[in-house]
Design a protein around this ligand. Structure first.
Ligand code: C2E
Ligand code: MG
Ligand code: MG
Ligand code: MG
Length: 285
């Protein structure tokens, strides 16, 4: 936003600011309608085992199929949604859809964990835990097949409340992951206290780790600490094979990124194959 502040701190709304603001409100109203009209879609990006390169599970990523503007990525509409309660309705939809999809895979014989991004505002609700548990029960999905990804900020804002809710989720068998790890303010010394199962190393460390000794060192430190705390380590944003190989050698458990597979509509798994064969190939060279 381009609102200007005068010397006493009063926000001066320029004509330009006001029209931008109106556009945001219109888009937010449209988004609410879009959610209710079934215009959201989930894409699924594979997370592959670093050792075997087999698909382990997927991260669900939301898209908005806008009637006029086409498919919109979350960067276009999530920031506005997160400043309002539309984010709660959106997250209800995402959770229901992702849990349903993982249940479909589970019933077809493929145990494919699904990771869902959970905003801080959602976890701040008293109904967060009962709602997620009710969705798992409804779809008869084992809780271990759901991972909730939270940012460091979400876990650390109102730490007692968030920690209590995450502890309840974990007690039910749901897995908890810290997304974009390394970009927030979590001191490594705090990690043993957090009710979590997984760290996702942020893309900014993964990208160019091969030509930055500093980034490589950070990654090795994160992996060493995660090991000692028995946490799963995921690396996101892997765009080439040398980076994938280096992360696997460094001890990362799961690899995610365009090199391993792009986000795409839910793939189908063949009915009888115990080897989790895909009908559509996911790994592109
Ligand atoms: P994130 O959770 O860190 O998700 C990873 C993002 O990186 C995704 O962007 C994904 O498409 C992108 N990505 C994956 N591999 C690569 C790669 O190799 N290179 C590059 N450059 N990018 C890669 P996307 O789908 O646009 O989502 C952006 C962010 O929006 C997500 O970051 C997450 O914070 C948020 N988001 C996405 N879906 C949801 C959702 O359903 N609910 C909520 N609350 N947030 C979501
Ligand atoms: Mg994520
Ligand atoms: Mg991430
Ligand atoms: Mg990220």
């Amino acid at each position: 936003r381009t609102a200007k502040r005068d010397r006493v701190g009063v926000v001066l709304w320029t004509a330009d600011t006001v029209s931008t603001h109106r556009a945001d409100l219109r888009q937010l109203t449209e988004l609410r309608t879009g959610i209710r009209s079934g215009h959201l879609r989930l894409h699924y990006q594979p997370q592959v085992c670093a050792r075997t390169r087999e698909i382990h599970g997927f991260e669900a990523l939301v898209r908005w199929q806008h009637p006029q503007r086409g498919e919109l990525p979350p960067g276009v509409f999530l920031p506005d949604a997160e400043r309002s309660d539309v984010i709660l309705e959106l997250t209800d939809w995402v959770l229901a859809e992702a849990i349903h999809q993982s249940a479909v895979w589970h019933q077809g014989g493929a145990d494919m964990p699904v990771s869902v991004n959970l905003p801080a505002a959602y976890l701040a609700q008293e109904r967060a835990v009962p709602t997620v548990l009710a969705l798992l029960a409804l779809e008869q999905l084992p809780a271990r097949l759901l991972t909730l990804e939270l940012t460091e900020t979400a876990v650390l804002a109102r730490p007692d409340e968030a920690a209590a809710r995450l502890t309840s989720m974990r007690a039910a068998g749901i897995r908890v992951s810290i997304d974009d790890f390394g970009t927030g303010y979590t001191s490594l010394g705090l990690l043993p206290e957090l009710p979590i199962d997984e760290l996702k190393i942020d893309r900014s460390f993964v990208a160019r780790m091969l030509d930055s000794q500093a980034r490589a060192t950070i990654i090795h430190s994160i992996i060493a600490i995660a090991r000692s705390l028995d946490l799963t380590v995921v690396a996101e944003g892997i765009e080439d094979e040398p980076t994938a190989a280096a992360l696997a050698a460094a001890g990362v458990d799961l690899l995610q990124g365009y090199h391993l597979g792009r986000p795409a509509p839910a793939p189908e798994f063949t009915q009888n194959s115990g080897d989790q064969a895909l009908q559509t190939p996911l790994v592109r060279s």
